[in-house]
Design a protein around this ligand. Sequence first.
Ligand code: NAD
Length: 362
Amino acid sequence: MQKRRTFIKQTGILLAGIGLWPHYAFKKRPLKEKLGVCLVGLGNYSTNLLAPALQLTQYCELRGIVTGTPSKIPIWQKRYGIPDKNVYNYQNMDRMADNPDIDIIYIVLPTGLHALYAIKAANTGKHVWCEKPMAKSAKECQAIIDACIQNNVTLSIGYRMQHEPNTKKIIEWSKTLPYGKIKKVKAHVGFKITNPGNTWRMDKELGGGLLYDVGVYCINALRYTFGEEPIAVMGKHENTRPEVYKEVPETSIFEFDFPNGSIGDGKTTATQSVNLLHADCEKGWYELEPFQAYNGVQGRSSDGTLLNTYIENQQARQMDDDALAIMENRPMMVPGEEGMKDIVLLEAINESAETGKKVMLS
Ligand code: NAD
């Protein structure tokens, strides 16, 4: 537990320090006009969100694919002009080490496979982007971070919300406190799911259910809205349909104690449609609803301020931010340590739900 808290504190200090580096300390860009991205896993998110977004990016472009489904290859090659030499499968993706077209390998697989393939990706010497949740355990997250350090490559986690302008305002307010001290923050995400199906997300090892899938957004939001790390965690799982939710929780409720008595209230559920981030402060309140969506993230505050900055495509913004950071040799906006902090807390929620006791992090 001491270790868990120390990790969160130390990486916070480290990243705050990095943020203070003067800009002139960074290398000038760019050697390449655009960085080449290879998508690993051609499921829904790659097919319908990332590949189309890569047609809108300024600093990176889709140049390669890794798939285990041969029938997808001609479709992707035709649609995106991907040459044969940039097509890989899970067994031969190590050969990408010798392919100068590819600069970044983006892991878009079921969560339980992130560590295995992110480490393989790092070992090719390419930069690594890894989808959220970063991995199934803090131990796996650490292994990914270590592999990227050993191979001297950057690592970024696909938390697109941290690149979204209204969310960035909330993050800024955690420092400027325009409504006074933040006393309580609520971050709830839920969907009324009648039939969740038999997908990897419902598998305990590969997915871990909604707590992993969208719970990390709530955990991340509680942390970035306070701009602080929690010191204790209570967690509880509820299940009204044990015949459906056999391996993973249907609902998870969690409470984080932040320093100075502030409270974080988190929830993920398959029983109710909700998507709200709400902060109660000493001199007012503010919220985003939805706070976690591909588009339409918007909000308001107690004095009538609207949070409604529009961007065309979150994924394009995220990938351009990250590609430009690589080109300019700047730290990633959402590094591996940030993804790992959420998994450390997610494991604390599960530990508390199992024991019925508060998990102390300091
Ligand atoms: P998906 O089920 O649509 O696709 C998963 C892909 O992995 C498929 O192409 C499948 O063939 C492949 N795969 C390889 N080995 C597999 C195995 N053993 N079992 C199952 N599939 C296997 O999932 P998705 O929605 O594309 O999600 C992929 C990743 O992207 C997940 O990490 C998810 O959390 C993340 N995601 C992120 C966002 C976001 O907004 N950042 C949104 C959706 C998904």
